[in-house]
Design a protein around this ligand. Structure first.
Ligand SMILES: NC(=O)CC[C@H](N)C(=O)O
Length: 261
């Protein structure tokens, strides 16, 4: 099996890069963690990587809007490298702040950069929310969600409310299976109407927690799969009679590695 190399892109304020690299390594990938300034000076550092990952955190202090400044820097200085990952058979993953960066980049909606069909806004309750959530795969085209039905992961963000431009945008994204990861109840129920808090922790439209591009190779989500890699990451692990072999988030990273098998 070919071992993929993952480029973990750091910026000032990133704080989930080490855990995310660890998750990829446990799944069998090789990782290289690079600061955005270094990548701008030497874009070729990304060329022998098959996976690009934007980890979570508070890049540039969430100034202007979460993810905005890093996305702007990437747009100005690293457009060609991003396009290589987007257009070739490579994978891109964004977690939380990384998802926000990708959303600002417009990478999920090719051809619609000037009128994005969706965005991420301030949580309904207008504050940072930190809790475990249930998630359901609803017809997703995402490579990262292959074989996954439900997930139990922590979320921790202030700007994660998924908002759609209009009904037409929603229909198009649904048709292309781009709105695949949804907040759900503990027994796996979800739907198009937002679930009440705390099942839907931020008021996201259609309960959307993660989306992909039309190809399914590019995926971003607000919850943190890298924080549930081993069974003892589960908040109730001491009370469970049988310990599962792995944490629920690991499968997403394993899927990425298997894609290159
Ligand atoms: N955990 C994170 O990546 C946080 C994302 C971002 N800083 C927010 O609060 O919305």
């Amino acid at each position: 099996m070919a071992t993929p190399r993952v480029l973990i892109l750091r910026a000032p304020g990133t704080n989930c890069d080490v855990e995310t690299a660890h998750a990829f390594e446990v799944a069998g990938a090789k990782t290289v963690s690079v600061h955005v300034n270094r990548l701008i000076a030497e874009p070729s550092l990304g060329q022998d990587c098959q996976i690009l990952c934007f980890p979570g955190g508070f890049s540039y202090g969430d100034d202007v809007a979460a993810g905005r400044i890093l996305a702007q820097r990437l747009q100005v200085h690293l457009q060609d490298l991003i396009a290589e990952f987007r257009d070739q058979e490579r994978l891109v993953l964004g977690i939380c702040n990384g998802f926000q960066v990708m959303m600002r980049l417009g990478i999920f909606f090719p051809g619609a950069e000037l009128a994005a069909p969706a965005t991420l806004a301030l949580n309904n309750q207008a504050r940072f929310e930190d809790r475990w959530v249930n998630l359901k795969n609803v017809d997703s085209n995402s490579v990262f969600l292959r074989g996954i039905d439900t997930l139990f992961l922590p979320m921790a963000h202030a700007e994660g409310r998924f908002v759609l431009r209009d009904r037409e945008a929603a229909n198009r994204l649904l048709e292309q299976q781009q709105l695949g990861l949804r907040y759900c109840t503990a027994d796996g129920q979800t739907g198009t109407e937002p679930l009440p808090f705390p099942e839907n922790p931020n008021g996201a439209e259609m309960n959307v927690a993660g989306i992909s591009d039309p190809s399914g190779r590019i995926f971003g989500l607000m919850p943190h799969p890298e924080r549930h890699i081993v069974a003892s990451h589960h908040p109730f692990w001491t009370r469970r009679k049988v310990q599962p072999e792995k944490g629920e988030g690991l499968k997403m990273f394993e899927n990425a590695v298997e894609y290159f098998a």
